[in-house]
Design a protein around this ligand. Structure first.
Ligand SMILES: NC(=O)c1ccc[n+]([C@@H]2O[C@H](COP(=O)([O-])OP(=O)(O)OC[C@H]3O[C@@H](n4cnc5c(N)ncnc54)[C@H](OP(=O)(O)O)[C@@H]3O)[C@@H](O)[C@H]2O)c1
Length: 283
């Protein structure tokens, strides 16, 4: 079987490509930078350079003789990329698209509506699909590095609300099983970490991992928006993040499922383990 991975230089896509390599496959990757792909995978993948904003003939070339795709797209207009890839995949005879989506497709919160439109576009293309509806990523906590390093502090508008963040390796494991077995065609598994935790509890877990206490301080939605706009810019992205944090605060995002275990055969990775693996980022 031939696989093509989008987002292979990113958080989840790189792990999917690596898992495919580890299973003995030689995946292709569709990347904007051959240099970054080469640094990650050396000569274990076939590299296709292209940009989904302006794919030209690069997409059709990358899709030739491919059986399954792992697709990562992002941003308020991700539907357009999902449409372009899935329709081109159908034309090229690709039989299966696994899309990284979000649990919030069900709740309509944050980026949920973006991914709902993306899922619809893929359904319209007629290609077989699996939508991986993921909870928030444990790696989002890397955005706390500066305040933890500088002040031993995590600030957020989530209050005591909880969310079951998932380890990116678990997302990649579910995606890879879906690609390789085809057992989840037409399905949209909702995947989460093993337990819902408040941001204060996650801050404390990082504190234990680094051997220094980390405190939690609640901020208002307006403060959270202002701080986010500093790095993400004003607009849809910052709005989506503040929406998600409000939903956490109001206990609308504390879903825990056992789909990771059902699909991979093992328990999802704990936040304590993620914190231990990433302790050096916070020191
Ligand atoms: N964070 C969360 O809590 C969460 C929860 C649920 C779902 N999600 C979803 O997960 C996805 C993000 O996954 P991630 O964290 O793995 O992403 P990521 O680390 O930001 O990586 C994004 C990847 O997409 C590539 N890319 C970006 N624009 C491209 C373009 N125009 N053409 C081709 N490739 C392009 C990037 O390539 P370069 O290396 O060239 O930039 C990179 O490889 C989003 O759809 C998000 O909504 C996130």
């Amino acid at each position: 079987m031939r696989y093509l991975v989008f987002g292979a230089t990113g958080n989840v896509g790189s792990r999917v490509a690596q898992r495919l390599i580890n299973s003995g496959a030689r995946p292709s990757v569709f990347v904007r930078s051959a240099k970054r792909a080469k640094a990650l995978f050396d000569d274990q993948v076939d590299i296709h350079v292209g940009d989904l904003d302006n794919p030209g003939s690069s997409l059709a070339k990358a899709l030739a003789d491919v059986d399954g795709i792992f697709l990562v797209t992002d941003g308020p207009d991700l539907e357009e990329h999902d449409r372009v890839v899935s329709f081109a995949a159908r034309r090229a005879g690709v039989s299966h698209v696994v899309k990284l989506s979000t649990l919030d497709v069900r709740t309509g919160i944050g980026t949920g509506p973006w991914h709902a439109r993306g899922e619809d576009a893929i359904r319209e293309s007629g290609v077989a699909f699996t939508f991986i509806r993921s909870a928030g990523f444990m790696s989002n906590a890397l955005s706390w590095t500066q305040s933890i390093r500088g002040e031993g502090m995590v600030r957020s508008s989530t209050g005591v609300g909880k969310i079951a963040f998932i380890h990116p390796d678990d997302i990649a494991a579910v995606a890879t099983v879906s690609l390789m077995t085809r057992d989840y065609d037409g399905q949209a598994p909702v995947i989460t970490g093993p337990e819902a935790l408040s941001y204060g509890e996650m801050a404390a877990a990082i504190g234990r991992a680094i051997g220094n206490p980390v405190r939690f301080e609640e901020v208002t939605d307006a403060q959270a928006y202002a701080r986010t706009a500093e790095w993400a810019g004003e607009g849809a992205y910052a709005d989506a993040l503040v929406d998600i944090w409000r939903a956490v605060r109001e206990s609308r995002l504390d879903t825990v499922t056992d789909d990771v275990k059902q699909i991979t055969g093992r328990e999802p990775i704990s936040f304590n383990q993620w914190a231990a693996e990433n302790a050096s980022s916070f020191q």
